[in-house]
Design a protein. Structure first.
Length: 256
């Protein structure tokens, strides 16, 4: 198993500081939130992208994912979504990141499924050319493993997979065993977190909340690839700062 954390937990932190934090706390990689308010986003020019790559390479830390905000199931014209997907894919390729994270973002239903599958199917060809995999996260309109697996199966392309955010299926009433069984054929990696309660999603340190993390991690197993801690400090500014929690979280994840 390899371990990463998301820069959603350290909003606006400069890239050298993110890299130093990951290396000092023993993390193998970082999930980069790709938003214009962050240091890394699709608007970076070539020399800025090379500088990001160099920072990570010097510390031996990997860029796990470009975490984008494209909403592939949302109603409306396809072209703006394709443009956003392409920008994210080229950014990931330039940074050497193997994944691009996207959201569903539509309203539940067959039309949203079809829209998402169509858009992902077109983008998959670009992703394949670039050596990047698009991961659809269990989120918003498609919170469960059943929802995401339905869309990814309809696409039927290796360069489109699933990202299991453990919170959303659990809050929707889907057991972790069910989620994992549905997503396993398509799974890119697992995004863990912990929250105060089912109703209160304020982030807390791993193991101090209500999410069934041990069950989720045991299902994936020690050879299950990447696990990424997404601590949503960006949306909960009153939550404790992430950096002091990172070392203990890695120990919690590894059982040491």
């Amino acid at each position: 198993m390899r371990y990463a954390f998301s820069t959603l937990g350290v909003p606006g932190m400069a890239v050298p500081d993110v890299v130093r934090l990951a290396a000092d706390c023993g993390y193998d990689g970082v999930e980069l939130r790709a938003h214009p308010e962050e240091p890394v986003h699709p608007g970076l020019v070539a020399h800025e992208r090379r500088a990001v790559v160099a920072e990570f390479a010097r510390a031996g830390v990997e860029i796990l994912t470009v975490a984008g905000y494209a909403r592939v199931a949302e109603a409306g014209d396809d072209e703006p979504v394709y443009e956003e997907l392409h920008q994210l894919l080229y950014l990931a390729a330039d940074l050497g990141a193997p994944h691009v994270r996207v959201f569903p973002g539509g309203r539940p239903g067959e039309q949203a499924d079809a829209t998402a599958a169509r858009r992902l199917g077109v983008a998959a060809e670009v992703a394949a050319d670039l050596g990047v995999r698009i991961l659809l996260e269990t989120h918003d309109s498609h919170p469960t493993g059943a929802d995401v697996a339905r869309v990814v199966a309809a696409v039927g392309h290796h360069h489109v997979g699933a990202l299991w955010d453990v919170m959303h299926p659990w809050r929707a009433g889907e057991a972790p065993e069910t989620t994992y069984a549905l997503l396993a054929p398509y799974l890119g990696y697992v995004q863990v977190k912990d929250i105060a309660s089912r109703e209160d999603t304020t982030p807390v340190a791993l193991g101090e909340g209500v999410l069934p993390l041990d069950t989720c991690l045991s299902l994936v197993g020690p050879g299950g690839g990447w696990v990424c801690w997404e601590y949503e400090k960006r949306w909960y500014p009153a939550a404790p700062d992430l950096p002091p929690l990172l070392a203990a979280a890695r120990a919690r994840l590894t059982g040491r």
